[in-house]
Design a binder for this molecule. Structure first.
Ligand code: SAM
Ligand code: SF4
Length: 334
């Protein structure tokens, strides 16, 4: 067995995204229906010691970066404790969190002290009423408090995730870009993805991210590629000339970034997913405690990792080579 997690296309995997729960306190329109969600019973979720075991074995094969996500990771009790356990694992250098920001402010110091290194906060509108509509009831003040708390404890740069939706928030592109002119924040515009949706509603709201660069041009803003922000993720990064902040474009649909994919995912119920989009999954639970068997499972997952995800074919209604997942982003860990 190789000592690094390399797949058939020579992609080396050093990054694990961990979904700690499929539950959430919000119901964002692009992510969950308003009612009728069913969640995993608590006993089906991996315990913190089980997650730490999986990470310890993966760290032995070169995984260095982790991201905790969900669902909303902060609805899982004592998440700070998990951060502390993971940051103590030899080889782990970077622990990031993706959160809706509602519960983070009060815990910012504890997270930082436990070893959290970076944070992404989802914020799809800067207007309180609109934010409440998109999240179905979220209070923007709590999210803005969390952004301020993250800044105060030194999680820098803070990344703000914005899913662009036609007719819903695409008139705020300029307002979000203005944030990069006034502070050291990175705004990440994300294309609406056809993940786990049982209807085609996303097609009418999909906005290609070329709209962001067009807006900069219309504003007369000179945009430069920006390579400094840490992370070799899917984001193409730019900076408006003279701005302290930057912005990133994440276009999984129109311009996939699969050639450089370095990530594996661990679902809350213990499945390794080699690709966000396809349905292949490998359950770790029965192998925990047997390092070699667990490692073999990771390599089996890598063996079926496809060259790319073919989401664009879904947009065109064309046929695809694999079976897309029926799980939602909140279950996979977006
Ligand atoms: N609850 C946390 C949050 O909202 O940041 C973490 C989980 S959420 C599933 C992670 C990210 O996935 C968020 O930035 C969210 O906006 C994004 N997301 C969810 N559904 C999406 C979709 N259909 N297309 C694009 N992004 C999506
Ligand atoms: Fe919850 Fe995040 Fe999904 Fe919104 S995007 S419903 S905050 S999991």
């Amino acid at each position: 067995m190789s000592k690094v997690l390399v797949d058939r296309f020579n992609r080396v995997h050093d990054y694990l995204r961990i979904s700690v729960t499929d539950r959430c306190n919000l119901r964002c329109v692009y992510c969950m229906p308003e009612e009728g969600m069913t969640f995993e019973p608590e006993e089906k979720l991996l315990r913190f010691d089980e997650i730490a075991e999986v990470v310890r074995v993966l760290a032995g094969y070169g995984v260095r970066k982790l991201r905790l996500t969900g669902g909303e990771p902060l609805v899982r009790k004592n998440l700070v404790e998990l951060v502390r356990m993971l940051s103590a694992i030899p080889g782990i250098e970077d622990i990031a969190l993706t959160t809706n920001g509602v519960f983070f402010a009060a815990k910012a110091d504890a997270f930082k002290e436990a070893g959290l290194t970076r944070i992404n906060i989802s914020l799809d509108s800067l207007r309180a009423d609109r934010f409440s509509l998109i999240t179905r009831g979220g209070d923007i003040r709590r999210v803005l408090d969390s952004v301020a708390a993250a800044q105060r404890v030194g999680l820098d740069p803070i990344k703000l995730n914005v899913v662009l939706m036609k007719g819903i928030n695409d008139d705020e592109i300029e307002d979000f870009l203005q944030l990069t002119l006034s502070g050291r924040v990175q705004v990440r515009f994300i294309e609406y993805m056809p993940i786990g949706h049982d209807d085609d509603g996303w097609k009418t709201k999909y906005v290609p991210l070329s709209a962001v660069l067009e807006r900069c041009e219309r504003m007369g803003w000179h945009v430069q590629p920006h390579g400094e922000v840490y992370g070799n993720g899917p984001s193409k990064n730019y900076r408006i000339e003279g701005a302290p902040g930057s912005f990133g474009l994440i276009h999984p649909v129109s311009d996939h970034f699969c050639e450089t994919c370095n990530r594996l995912r661990l679902t809350a119920d213990g499945n390794i997913k080699p690709c966000l989009y396809w349905s292949d999954e490998f359950n770790v639970r029965k192998y925990i405690g047997d390092d070699e068997a667990l490692a073999k499972l990771f390599f089996r997952a890598l063996d079926v990792k496809p060259q790319n995800h073919e989401m664009a074919q879904a947009l065109l209604g064309a046929s695809q080579s694999h079976v897309p997942t029926m799980r939602r982003m909140s279950q996979i860990g977006g």
